[in-house]
Design a protein around this ligand. Structure first.
Ligand SMILES: [Ca+2]
Length: 173
């Protein structure tokens, strides 16, 4: 009898622990922060995007089908090349041309500002209106070659504003 009681207590404890863990995670994606910001129509926020960081994770969650205007200001720099704005520049050295395939978006300029929502990458540049096809966290990426982010410097400021739903410039490419 004592043994049955002991086993019951032991496994009930484990069950309770698992149940607590499950319900604690039930409202979130596993491993994701719980404090995502979802902009209401008309709201905006400004994020800093660093040139030497590949994945600049924002705390914004974009909503499928909503429209977001993104305006990037400032200049950032790849190595010792001329600083550029969020539109970046065409790679002009041999190494840059060879390294095109190492960029997150091969056909876009070096140091162009990119956004990623889920797995989808989008070229943003200095001004873009994005209508995501899936909801997800907004991540910004400088379009530089993988392994070559360390020599980048400075940062951009990106303002993200949620627009009214009917916007003619629909552009999740
Ligand atoms: Ca670089």
């Amino acid at each position: 009898m004592l043994l049955i009681w002991h086993v019951t207590i032991r496994y009930f404890g484990r069950f309770l622990l698992l149940a607590l863990l499950f319900f604690n995670n039930a409202n979130t994606s596993f491993g994701q922060p719980t404090d995502f910001i979802v902009l209401a129509v008309g709201d905006f926020t400004t994020d800093t995007v660093f040139a030497n960081i590949r994945c600049n994770r924002t705390s914004l969650k974009l909503v499928k089908g909503a429209s977001y205007e993104m305006i990037a200001t400032g200049q950032w720099q790849d190595a010792n090349f001329e600083p550029t704005d969020a539109n970046g520049f065409v790679g002009f050295t041999k190494a840059m041309k060879r390294g095109n395939f190492l960029k997150p978006m091969n056909c876009e300029n070096y140091m162009k500002l990119l956004a990623r929502v889920g797995r989808k990458k989008i070229a943003v540049g200095t001004h873009f209106i994005l209508q995501p096809k899936r909801s997800g966290r907004l991540v910004f990426i400088p379009n530089d070659a993988t392994f070559f982010f360390g020599n980048n410097s400075s940062k951009l400021m990106v303002t993200i504003k949620r627009l009214p739903k009917k916007t003619s410039l629909s552009t999740d490419r």
